[in-house]
Design a protein around this ligand. Sequence first.
Ligand SMILES: Cc1cc2nc3c(=O)[nH]c(=O)nc-3n(C[C@H](O)[C@H](O)[C@H](O)COP(=O)(O)O)c2cc1C
Length: 253
Amino acid sequence: MIFWYSGCGNSRFVAEAIAKGISDEMTFIPECDADNYEIGEGESIGFVFPVYAWGAPKLVEDFVKRVKWQGKAAYVWFACTCGDEMGHTHRDFKAVLAQKGLELEGTFCFQMPETYLAMPGFHLDTPEGAECKIFAAKAKLPQVTEQILAHAKVVDEIVGPFAGLKSGLIRKGFNANMSDRKYRAGEGCIGCGTCENVCPLGNVRLVDGRPQWQGHCTQCMACYHHCPTNAIQIGSYTAGKGQYYFRDEYKTT
Ligand SMILES: Cc1cc2nc3c(=O)[nH]c(=O)nc-3n(C[C@H](O)[C@H](O)[C@H](O)COP(=O)(O)O)c2cc1C
């Protein structure tokens, strides 16, 4: 089974490609309310998610911690997507899995187009840069699929500089301050409801034709990136920064 989460589609693309390659099923973490998971005989358990603040998204970690994992997995792996670097995601997620009796053996990292823009200094990739990352990820997928099928012991990670600080203090601050108070729909909002439809957590509700955020946001930025009129802004740092989400046509181009 592959447990996955994605805000803007990068990790969904990777999860679907791996699922196809290894002929496995997928479960979308935000929609899985099971408290027990019985691991089948010879079953592999995989997780696919974007890196948020140099770690696994809190909702992914919380999911692993909540579920009672029964039985022994034949192989435990995860694949993360990140704009640049994953800090100590491997070390930290391995520890979360270990607490639950899941022994991580395969770690895979895909650089994909950047989605985080809500702070100064964070920008989208250029269209060429985004295209290069998607091209490289597609080229890497067959090898990763083979390694998962072979239950290979792999640590493929892009740690990056100052990882201790980023995956430590900064990540802690990010997880403690995940709020949607700064999300706004401006004049350009046409009340189409795209934001409501794309939010992976059902955190956006259209009230009198305007989006209202319900207070359990993960900062995935799907509402911002998918808005057809670019009317959604997050504080004062997203204006003019452009939009990106993984479109179906990228699979074939
Ligand atoms: C809240 C947030 C935090 C992020 N933190 C990181 C990070 O620490 N390192 C990094 O390289 N990319 C970071 N990114 C970029 C995403 O990991 C990357 O774009 C990912 O592929 C998005 O996946 P998705 O489309 O499945 O949501 C972050 C993106 C968001 C929205």
